[in-house]
Structure formats: C-alpha cells, structure tokens
Ligand binder design. Sequence first.
Ligand code: GMT
Length: 372
Amino acid sequence: MNIGIVCYPTFGGSGVVATELGMALADKGHKVHFITYSQPFRLNTFNENLFYHEVSVNDYPLFDYQPYESVLASKIVDVAIYEKLDILHVHYAIPHASVAYLAQQILISRGIKLPYITTLHGTDITLVGQDPAFEPVIFFSLNNSNAITSVSESLKNDTLNTFKINKAIQVIPNFIKIEEYEKIQFRCHRKQFANDDEKTLIHISNFRKVKRVEDVLRVFDIVRKQVPCKLILVGDGPERPAIDRLCRELDTCNGIISVGKIANPKEVLSIADLFILPSETESFGLSALEAMASKVPVISTNTGGIPELNMHGKTGYLSAVGDFQDMAKNCIQLLSNEASLAQFKKQAFERAKAFDIQQILPKYEQLYENLI
Ligand code: GMT
C-alpha cells in the first residue's frame, strides 16, 4: 500500500506513535509518506520505503497567522496525486482531520478517491477539543473521516461524550517494539546518576500543566526522606520554571538530574527503578508503556486510559489525581522491598508484551485494507 501519514513532528506521544507506525509499515514493504512541517524526531532510519515531504509555509507580511492548514492540504493533494496514495492516516484531530477532509474534497474534484483515517490521541479531545472554538470543525471532520481510531477505551468514551459522533470508533492502543528492549545493550551507566545504595525515580514528559510535574517533585521530596534515591527528569516544556522554583523551595535540587529532551529514552529508562506519572488526564500514557517495556514499574494516577495499561498492585500502583502522598507511600513500599520490586519489574515487562507492535500493526493494516 502507499500510505500518507500526517502528524506533529515534535516531541510528544502522537508524533512518536505515528512515526513508529510508519517505520514499521515501511519494514513490511508498504511505501510510507510522512507529510509534516519538519522531520519527525524519531524518523532517524534509512529505508527505501520511507519518504518525507516537508510542508513549508512562506512568511507573508499580510498574515498575522500563517495559513498552515491550506499549505498542508495542498501538500497532501500533491503527494496523493504524484505518489499515488491509497490511504491517508492523520494523527491528532486538530487541525489534521479537517485538513484531510479538505484535501479529500479537492481530490474528488479531480476524480481521485483518498480515504482518510483520524487517530485520536488525547488532548485533541480531552483538552484542546473541549474549547468550543473548535467544536463545529472537529465534529464535522470526525464524522466525515472514513474511519476513526482512538488509543484507549477511555478516550473513545470521552470522545463519544463530547461529540455526537455517528461513526464507530475503533480502539487501537499505543505500542512498543518489545524486541528493541530485550536485545539492546545500553551504554548508560547507573553509577553516573546514582550511588550504589540509591534508587532511581524517573519522569518523562513534555512538562505541560496536564502532566503535573510538580507532583513528581513532591513525591520525590517525601520518598527521599525514607529511601536514598535520585530523581531523573527527562523532557522540557512550559512548566519548567515552576519546577525549578519548587525544587529550590523544597530543597531537593541536589537530588534531581534534569537531562532535557531525549529522542529515544530507552537507555535512560534502563537504569530506573520506578516511573512516576501523576498526570491530570492521560488518554493512554505511552511513556509509561515505554517504562514498563524497560522493566520499570509505574506509579501513576488512575485517570483516563492509564488503568487500561498499569495494573494496580501488579505493574505499579494507581492513585487519585493530586494525591502525591499516596504515590509517595506506594514508592516507599516498593523501594523498601527488593523481592517485591523485582516481581513488579518482571510483571511490568510481561504486561508491556501485550502492547508489542506485532499485535498492533495488523490492526492498522486491516483497517487500511478495508477502507481501500
Ligand atoms: O501530552 C502528551 O503526552 C502528548 C500527546 C500528543 O498527542 O502528542 O500525547 C497524547 O498521545 C499519546 C499517544 O497516543 C498518549 O500516549 C498520551 O497519553 C496522550 N496525552 C494525553 O492524553 C495528555
């Protein structure tokens, strides 16, 4: 198949899922065309079946806002015609679903059919999508998608509760390539981050408000008074100044290692003992799945799709949003019992196997074939 993929190329779960999906499809012999405004950060492999089409918006002094959607739609039309796309898969509804609809209509006027699939990732429905300014456009472009997928049951329900969708929504969860976690030997040495008697907590995110990174610091502040440990923060984003202020206030900065944005966090995850995910909402929690595949149990909130992944008392623990004291208690309990920690690490890895790409890729391929 000739498949077009539209996604956000920046650090963020939807871009990671779209890119990993495209690379896996290319490995299976499909021709995959990424149509994005910059090269997706995980698109770092050479494959004769992978193509990248940059959407570049020229600056024009008349515009306060550059008409990105129009340029993207034109690019999709161009790639569809010249690369003979069979299907278009857009990730994150805003604005990609409405752009896909526009491109589809232009192509129909030229006698070309291009079905499009919209994959919902989370904040496109749970945060941004709640803004009434977007409602008519999201509603229309979802209902006109040839198929809609969501990354969890929870997100599917949120979507159905928010918009009157008259199309079925198929749940296809996020995935990892488990073999990449099983085989690779990492160069990252634990002793560069922590002493032998210290445990390591880790948090990975884009440091947006919804991630509640301040709760990570509050958890760490409580835990380190009971168990010697370090906290590794991976990522960056708008909440960073607030985090810096809080670590000074709590006097925990000397125990925190901030490594910034890392394209592929497998290496740093390989030295972690617990992953902390205190999000306000989280449609799936791809970073938690990546942690589990790295044999790192997850201490998380019980919001959104997280309970579909993280099994309370088995692969980690779930707490109410904002209850950092409960999260800290769960950390201390696990870190203080080596046998239990080892058991949770094993169980986290076993659970991650259920989300291996081998289980997930055929679902997307089947969906494409049905639509074509
Ligand atoms: O907020 C993020 O983590 C980024 C965001 C995105 O769209 O790039 O992630 C969403 O999509 C991921 C991939 O499907 C999910 O694993 C995340 O749970 C989801 N984030 C939220 O729902 C907050």
